[in-house]
Design a protein around this ligand. Structure first.
Ligand code: HEM
Length: 357
């Protein structure tokens, strides 16, 4: 067999092997969940603006629109969220930070939607279905809401805040006069009966909130339920077009319906963000895939001096690497194939000319 045919065949085999190796590496990386490390610190930050957060390695988590259940989100209005985690051996704290040019902290008027963020943790060991678990796979959801934060920071935001020219027809048993202070003026049981949600004990209607984070349980979407024991603290601040929200809870769970993080080192965790300005609520949101939360026993490595400008972490998420590997594999195949085709054509031309001579 002429030497150049042998060489070109060997080259084809080599190209295919390289491309296959890259593609395999790419797919392996694609299946690996990005990691979020919760390092051990002496003092756990509960304030989203605390410098202690610099001790946590940020993970840049890409978000995708929720397109499984109606109402779907057509496209993301928040591209990614930066997440940090720390623990002090007793409690764990997460910090979610994302860009949002508007601060939407009220949902009183029918066309008002508030900004919000959530963390999803499995109650059991197995990674649950990303769509909020499924029967037999309970998920624990920590749902921070900007309007609850506003109620805590500025008092219960109600009709008078949304409709300053509010006036009343007739509110039996309400003390005082408009604009009413819901907590004070509707304190009597008789008056409360006129605030149905409140009378029914609906947490969304509660005028005093202990925490801006509501703890929920779900065994799949459509089953979200307020958890009796509410144990997650939190605080969110908006400045310079960015929300920063801290969530804090004990590592050990107070009841069986809660994700127990005390005895575990690797836990699947997922995130979701709602943008009120884009009328996002409930199912209409952007979600992440699962990350692996690594609860590290060792203290955080000394914080690298903060990188100058970038607002978001510089480390691209693992996901993009697999994509690059496969793209390179494809380019090698196409270019290699084209080069070989050219080479063979020339060889054939030479052979034909030799035959003619
Ligand atoms: C792609 C998978 C998902 C689907 C199809 C989905 C679907 C839904 C639907 C239909 C609702 C409204 C009904 C209900 O309250 O159950 C909802 C609410 C909710 N979801 Fe999801 N979801 C998904 C992923 C997630 C993830 C990953 C998280 C958290 C990290 C999350 C957190 C929540 C929360 C906190 C609520 C209540 C929101 C509110 O009351 O405004 N979901 N979801």
């Amino acid at each position: 067999m002429r030497s150049h045919t042998l060489a070109s065949r060997a080259l084809v085999v080599l190209l295919v092997l390289v491309a296959a190796a890259l593609a395999l590496r790419g797919t392996a990386l694609a299946q690996q969940a990005p990691q979020l490390t919760a390092s051990l610190v002496r003092e756990l930050p509960t304030d989203p603006e605390s410098p202690i957060w610099q001790q946590a390695r940020p993970a840049a988590v890409p978000l995708t629109p929720q397109v499984v259940a109606l109402p779907r989100l057509a496209q993301v209005s928040v591209q990614s969220v930066s997440v940090r985690a720390l623990h002090d051996g007793q409690r764990i704290a997460f910090l979610m930070a994302w860009s949002d040019p508007t601060r939407d902290a009220r949902a009183v008027k029918p066309d008002e939607f508030r900004d919000a963020a959530a963390i999803m943790l499995p109650v059991g060991d197995a990674p649950p279905n990303i769509c909020m678990g499924s029967p037999g796979q309970t998920t624990n959801l920590w749902h921070w809401k900007a309007d609850w934060q506003e109620d805590i920071d500025k008092g219960f935001q109600d009709l008078p805040q949304a409709y300053p020219n509010f006036s009343k027809d007739y509110y039996p048993y309400a003390a005082g006069s408009p604009p009413f202070d819901a907590a004070k003026d509707f304190a009597s049981d008789e008056a409360k009966a006129y605030l149905i949600g409140r009378a029914a004990g609906n947490p969304l209607s509660a005028v005093t909130k202990k925490s801006p984070v509501e703890e929920l349980l779900a065994v799949g979407f459509g089953t979200t339920t307020h958890k009796q024991r509410q144990e997650v603290e939190g605080r969110g601040v908006w400045s310079g077009g960015r929300w920063q929200v801290a969530f804090v809870r004990a590592l050990a769970s107070g009841d069986a319906a809660e994700a127990d993080l005390a005895k575990r080192s690797d836990v699947p965790v997922a995130f979701a963000v709602w943008n009120g300005a884009n009328q996002e609520v409930g199912a209409r949101k952007q979600v992440s895939g699962f990350l692996t939360l690594r609860i590290a026993g060792e203290a955080a490595p000394p914080a690298a001096p903060p990188a100058a400008a970038p607002a978001v972490p510089t480390r691209v998420p693992l996901a993009y690497e697999w994509w690059i590997s496969i793209a390179v594999a494809l380019i090698i195949l196409v270019l290699g194939g084209a080069a070989l085709a050219g080479y063979w054509a020339r060889q054939r031309e030479i052979a034909r000319r030799q035959e003619r001579e």
